[in-house]
Design a protein around this ligand. Structure first.
Ligand SMILES: CC(C)(COP(=O)(O)OP(=O)(O)OC[C@H]1O[C@@H](n2cnc3c(N)ncnc32)[C@H](O)[C@@H]1OP(=O)(O)O)[C@@H](O)C(=O)NCCC(=O)NCCS
Length: 159
């Protein structure tokens, strides 16, 4: 990914991340853009040159057209290589054509080349399309982040 592509990608990601967090009730609308900007700055203190971070366009092999992007992390940690997919995105008009699947399989090859013995990623439960994609490729849940909105009445419990 070129510096210009990286800048574009970040400019798209910051408002999208803010909107996602507002929609999920995690952030208030007001200040969400600033919070998102701050998170990206913390995540990528040196921008595209941030150590261990990688950014790639997804490109159609025949036409050479850019159809999406992926961000991933390759990090040496506690005697292992941690390979973590931060983000995968396919432009809406190119979805369901197998691009994400192909990209994830390429990332598997890259992970093997880098010496990793597994890949990780996180996905929201309200994203069934992405979950279906990952499960089809052999990803399985490894941890669960749970939330309880306090405006809902708890109807379970013991009697
Ligand atoms: C999730 C996403 C990356 C999938 O990209 P894609 O290129 O359309 O996926 P593929 O065409 O490679 O799909 C491969 C398989 O995954 C499953 N799948 C993908 N998208 C799906 C959807 N919306 N609903 C149900 N299954 C889906 C299907 O089994 C699909 O095979 P099929 O088309 O033969 O049925 C794309 O929808 C996207 O960019 N979404 C917005 C960003 C996002 O949510 N990223 C993931 C963050 S964790």
């Amino acid at each position: 990914m070129s510096e210009a592509d990286f800048r574009d990608s970040t400019q798209r990601s910051i408002p999208r991340h803010a909107a996602d967090y507002v929609r999920r009730g995690l952030w208030a609308e007001e200040g969400s853009l600033e919070a998102s900007r701050r998170e990206f700055a913390e995540l990528l203190p040196q921008g595209r040159e941030t150590p261990d971070r990688h950014f790639a366009n997804l490109v159609d092999p025949e036409s050479g057209q850019r159809v999406g992007e992926t961000w991933y992390l390759v990090q040496q940690r506690a005697g292992k290589v941690r390979f973590w997919i931060d983000w995968i995105w396919v432009d809406p008009n190119h979805r369901r054509k197998g691009y994400a699947r192909a990209a994830l399989l390429l990332l598997e090859e890259e992970a093997r080349r880098k010496g990793a013995d597994r890949l990780g990623l996180s996905v929201w439960f309200d994203n069934p399309g992405a979950i279906a994609l990952y499960q089809k490729l052999g990803y399985a849940p490894a941890s669960m982040w749970m939330m309880k909105p306090l405006d809902r009445t708890f109807e379970g419990g013991t009697r």
